[in-house]
Write a protein that binds this ligand. Sequence first.
Ligand code: AMP
Length: 177
Amino acid sequence: MSLDLKALVRTIPDYPHKGILFRDITTLIEHPEGFKESIERIASQYRGKGFTHVAGIEARGFIFGAGVAIALGVGFIPVRKKGKLPGETIGQNYALEYGVDTIEIHAGVLDSDDKVLLVDDLIATGGTAIAAVGLLRRTGATVDDAAFVIDLPDLGGASKLKAENVAVTALIAFEGH
Ligand code: AMP
């Protein structure tokens, strides 16, 4: 477990908008040891702590979240964009830079006996993760932990999550935006 995971993340300037440095994890997951080690490093922090589920945020959170769920031996819950889940859902709106989006989970998938680890590829402003924590907590489940591959600390999302009593871990941090 000594790979330089940060070196496996590709940075693409001006995508999807001018001024954004897009941290592209496709190069990390395309690397067989890089992908495996990312999953194992996340999972090792949460083993034996009583988690019943991993929840991953669409879409890149599914890639890492599914792997972490398998590594921990627990079920996986997809937190999906509006209108994608076939059963009865509960949803949460959150603000985007321009406009509003909605995430959903299936109603009845969690209850107050459950303890959930939230997983996504990257935390920037934290808007998406805070909405996901709020949505998952509405089921009565305990959601006090969130794990990311990448943190952009200058954007303040991890601090905002901590203020919501969520303990945050990230494998890699990049300065700036
Ligand atoms: P936020 O809600 O601002 O924390 O944004 C988090 C989501 O947007 C994550 O699911 C990321 O996949 C994506 N994202 C935001 N900023 C970047 C970036 N600089 N590079 C890659 N993905 C990003």
